[in-house]
Design a protein around this ligand. Sequence first.
Ligand SMILES: Cc1cc2nc3c(=O)[nH]c(=O)nc-3n(C[C@H](O)[C@H](O)[C@H](O)COP(=O)(O)OP(=O)(O)OC[C@H]3O[C@@H](n4cnc5c(N)ncnc54)[C@H](O)[C@@H]3O)c2cc1C
Length: 397
Amino acid sequence: MSKVVVIGAGASGIIASLKASQKNEVLLIDGNSQCGKKLLVTGNGKCNYWNEDISLKNYFTSDTDVLNKILEHKNEVLDYLYSLGIYPKVKNGYYYPASGLAASIREIFERELDRCNVKTLYNTKVLNIEKNTDKFIITTEYEKIEADKVIIATGSKAAVKTGSDGSCYEIIKNFGHKVNEVLPALVGLKTNDKSIKEWVGVRCDAKISLFIDNKNVIEESGEIQLTEDGISGICTFNISGVVSKAIYENKNVLVKINFVPSIENFYDFFEERNEKLNNRTIEELLESILNYKLTSVILKKSRIKKDSYWDNLTDNEKLILIKNITDFDLEINNTNSYDKAQVCTGGIPLNEINNNMESIYQNGLYLIGEILDVDGKCGGFNLAFAFITGYLAGKSI
Ligand SMILES: Cc1cc2nc3c(=O)[nH]c(=O)nc-3n(C[C@H](O)[C@H](O)[C@H](O)COP(=O)(O)OP(=O)(O)OC[C@H]3O[C@@H](n4cnc5c(N)ncnc54)[C@H](O)[C@@H]3O)c2cc1C
């Protein structure tokens, strides 16, 4: 029986501990006072832990072949979660515990750790890991602990208050690993354009297109939230990791927003609306199409007075107005910070681990979860990745 030390009691570390405990003595260490602290805040406290479409297209990574091999195990892992007692409610492909409570998943995990005799050491930060001839030596704030195998499951730098502060990247580098730049993802985007301030608080359906150095790289549709200094919401989150990287590389980032994605040719539609609804100002014509605050921002940007009439606008003014409704240019200068991010993009490249999540540089050292260079879109993809990688490491040990 080997002694396995798992560092990090988040989604990936818990599953790795449970699986590894079937054949080993396992010690799970975390700086927090309990396991699964981050789990409690996921999915707005409801924990969207899985998705029925776990596939490459919902992830960002530099190593798609390795990720594909990892994701092949999805069904086995979903069955395993079910076998632990997690009863799902599936809504539009998104999995939640039927209780609607993230806390119920954390409770199941805590009890299962106990049942599987996983020893836990909480309120303890790991400061260093070394390997001598046959043992790993883990240095915590209080003592040195020996282990035959070590699983690092310490997450990224996102949401630091849940315990993940990125402190283990340096430790992992000491074993020869590279760390691709770790940047905020699933996070709001910020602009220096002060003219949009007035739209704060508006939520609307939109299509957003991301342009990096004038090249259209992604499009997303769905609800966006307009904030005092930019945009947020699921649709925005899903492009934010790519934006983070582009900003880090000093590239030019522009988001084009269509505020009326369900109306195909808005110019013709608007002209017809003007004909049908006799004698209405531009503001009145936009009534019930756009939120007032958004109308005001768009009219100011178009330099058109709200009490002007469509028929009195020049052709150029008409084109500018329609462009700002269907193709609003928003220059992006930054993202929100790590503490507001749900995950990070970047981390240890997947081509530096084998199929069992073991380091290619150090036998017996395993790397799982968000510490790896994989980030998923909103929808349960990140927890699923944490669970699958934790499962694979624990099972192989
Ligand atoms: C607000 C929010 C909402 C989210 N919602 C969802 C969602 O609905 N669906 C989804 O799929 N994903 C969601 N995510 C992302 C998801 O929670 C993470 O991707 C996932 O939890 C990562 O798991 P992990 O095990 O890799 O790391 P973490 O859960 O971050 O766990 C890492 C653990 O390691 C510990 N640790 C770190 N360094 C040390 C050290 N030096 N010594 C000891 N312990 C250490 C930390 O205390 C922490 O407990 C959300 C994230 C946030 C912040």
